[in-house]
Write a protein that binds this ligand. Structure first.
Ligand code: FES
Length: 107
């Protein structure tokens, strides 16, 4: 069985706590990577309400607030937690290896 495919998101040193970044890659939709107090999380970057980039929004603790209509998601789970968002985001398992942060696309 082959290893699951993963995508390099950023270097640990390049994404400060409280920050979020959009990462484009060739194997699927753009991913948002979040640093919440030194722990990294990843979800799809496109808001499920209107496809706005969540990386343009505000990370408040473990919630990302969309800049378009101020809906929110729990970045740890992808769960929609604030209206008008009601459809959960895909979230990704994150691995930190050698100072770099990866999203695992499939297990
Ligand atoms: Fe994100 Fe509407 S597009 S809340």
């Amino acid at each position: 069985m082959s290893a699951p495919k993963s995508v390099l998101l950023c270097r640990v040193a390049d994404l400060a706590p409280g920050s979020v970044r959009r990462v484009e890659h060739k194997d699927g939709p753009a991913i948002a990577v979040y640093n919440v107090d030194g722990a990294f999380y990843a979800t799809d970057d496109n808001c499920t309400h209107g496809l706005s980039s969540l990386a343009e929004g505000a990370l408040d603790g473990d919630m990302i607030e969309c800049a378009a209509h101020f809906g929110g998601f729990d970045v740890k789970t992808g769960k929609a937690v604030m209206a008008p968002c009601s459809i959960d985001l895909r979230s990704y398992r994150v691995e930190v290896r050698g100072g770099e942060v990866f999203a695992v696309l499939a297990d």
